[in-house]
Write a protein that binds this ligand. Structure first.
Ligand SMILES: [Zn+2]
Length: 123
C-alpha cells in the first residue's frame, strides 16, 4: 500500500517517476494512472489513482504503460482504506470501519481474506 500524499518533503524537487531525474520547475509532464496500491490522505475520492510526474512525454507513456500492466485489485485498494482508517483511529468496530471507509461488510471481509492470503504467500 502506498499513500502518495505522505512522506513527501514539502520543498523537494519533482523527480521523474520513470528515470528519477530532477525535473526543472515548469517542465514536468503529468498524468494519472489507475493503481490500487494508492490511497490519499486528503481526498478519498482519488484513492486508486496515482498522480504521475515525468521529465518528458516519452517517460509519461512508459509510466502509464507500467501501471496499465499492473493488476488493479479491489482488495488492495480496500486494504489501503482500512489502513488509513486505523491510522486516524486507535479502535474501530466493524460498524465504525464501514462508516469511516465507506466499505460494505462483505468488502471488509473479502479484504481481510485477501490480506491473509498475502501473509501466507510471504511465509
Ligand atoms: Zn524521465
Amino acid at each position: 500500500m502506498d499513500s502518495q500524499m505522505r512522506d513527501e518533503p514539502v520543498n523537494a524537487p519533482d523527480r521523474c517517476g520513470w528515470c528519477g531525474k530532477v525535473i526543472p520547475p515548469g517542465t514536468g509532464v503529468h498524468g494519472i494512472a489507475s493503481d490500487s496500491s494508492v490511497t490519499h490522505d486528503g481526498d478519498a475520492q482519488h484513492d486508486g489513482h496515482r498522480f504521475l510526474t515525468s521529465c518528458g512525454y516519452a517517460h509519461l507513456v512508459a509510466l502509464r504503460e507500467h501501471y496499465r500492466r499492473r493488476p488493479f485489485l479491489d482488495e488492495e485498494l480496500w486494504a489501503g482504506k482500512i489502513a488509513r482508517a486505523f491510522e486516524r483511529h486507535d479502535v474501530l468496530t466493524v460498524e465504525d470501519l464501514e462508516g469511516v471507509t465507506g466499505l460494505s461488510r462483505e468488502q471488509i471481509q473479502r479484504c481481510v481474506a485477501w490480506l491473509e492470503t498475502q501473509l501466507y504467500r510471504l511465509r
